[in-house]
Design a protein around this ligand. Structure first.
Ligand code: GLU
Ligand code: ZN
Length: 294
């Protein structure tokens, strides 16, 4: 019999673009430990909406690796590719509020007309200003405002962004029909009653977009904790694009040990000579958010 703290529900939401690597392992371990330390639930969601980036078999491999590392999820795994109807419903709701408009700009037009902001090109709202009848391929954007969106990250503290001037109106459905990460993540975090989002700091600057969508859809805002991002010797974020090595399960305990150390925890060296169960017992009992470097 397990007792859950019903006010904590966390999640790990990998994109199945390849096997788990050390960077994604750190996000998995951090979200798992924070949930378990707080006696909460920990869910896994496969973010496989972008079929051009999804690698067949990768989701299965990620789940297998998590299991082999002793990280058990507390409810059925959710696949975003099976949930497009609920993203469309949310989009319809925003459309009824008059917030959505079609955009026919090509990549090149956007690159030529935008200012490059800190978070990428800032869409200047061309298609919002001259609303033309559209037929043919178009993306759907949400019209943003410029009141600062402020939140407190558990680790990094106060963070604030003015969406319209710093990010611009952003895409919720691409011209190829794929629902954008920003929309899907917000709908799913709400549908799964996620209370705490623990993930890599590369997503810190996406959070105000997500809070804006939550506010527009009448959802609550979860707590956020953004973990340090693992980089390689060149200072690049570990990812499939930077050819990060997959987690080697023959050295499972060592990988977990290194992930824990990366998160600023101080596991005793002998822990790698034990078994996975005693590793987690130590790691959960000794989880200290304050020690995570940021
Ligand atoms: N699927 C996203 C990624 O792998 C993470 C989404 C999230 O944690 O909000 O980068
Ligand atoms: Zn446009």
């Amino acid at each position: 019999m397990r007792f859950f703290n019903s006010s904590y529900c966390g999640r790990f939401a990998p994109s199945p673009t390849g096997p788990l690597h050390f960077g994604s392992l750190v996000a998995a371990v951090g979200s798992y430990l924070d949930a378990k330390f707080n006696r909460g639930k920990w869910l896994v969601r496969i973010e496989d909406l972008d079929w051009q980036r999804t690698v067949p078999g990768a989701a299965k491999e990620i789940l297998y690796t998590l299991e082999a590392l002793g990280m058990e999820w507390d409810d059925t795994v959710v696949y975003q590719s099976q949930r497009t109807k609920i993203y469309q419903d949310a989009l319809n709701e925003l459309n009824q509020l008059g917030m959505i408009y079609p955009c026919t700009c090509s990549r090149k037009e956007i690159a030529d007309s935008s200012i490059l902001g800190l978070h990428g090109p800032i869409y200047p709202g061309t298609c919002f200003k001259n609303r033309l009848p559209v037929n043919g391929a178009h993306s759907l954007r949400i019209h943003t405002h410029n009141h600062p969106i402020l939140f407190y990250d558990i680790l990094k503290g106060e963070y604030s962004q003015k969406l319209n001037s710093e990010v611009g109106d952003f895409v919720l459905r691409r011209a190829d029909g794929i629902y954008a990460y920003q929309l899907a993540v917000v709908v799913d975090d709400a549908a799964q009653l996620i209370s705490h989002v623990v993930r890599g700091a590369d997503l810190l600057d996406s959070t105000p977009r997500q809070i804006f969508l939550q506010q527009s859809l009448g959802y609550y805002t979860p707590q956020y904790l953004h973990l340090p991002v693992v980089t390689n010797a060149l200072g690049e974020k570990l990812s499939k694009q930077t050819h990060a090595a997959p987690i080697n399960l023959s050295r499972a305990l060592m990988q977990l040990f290194l992930a824990l150390e990366f998160l600023g925890q101080e596991p005793p060296n002998e822990i790698v000579d034990g078994d996975i169960a005693s590793f987690w017992q130590w790691a959960i009992g000794n989880w200290r958010v304050k020690q995570i470097p940021y």
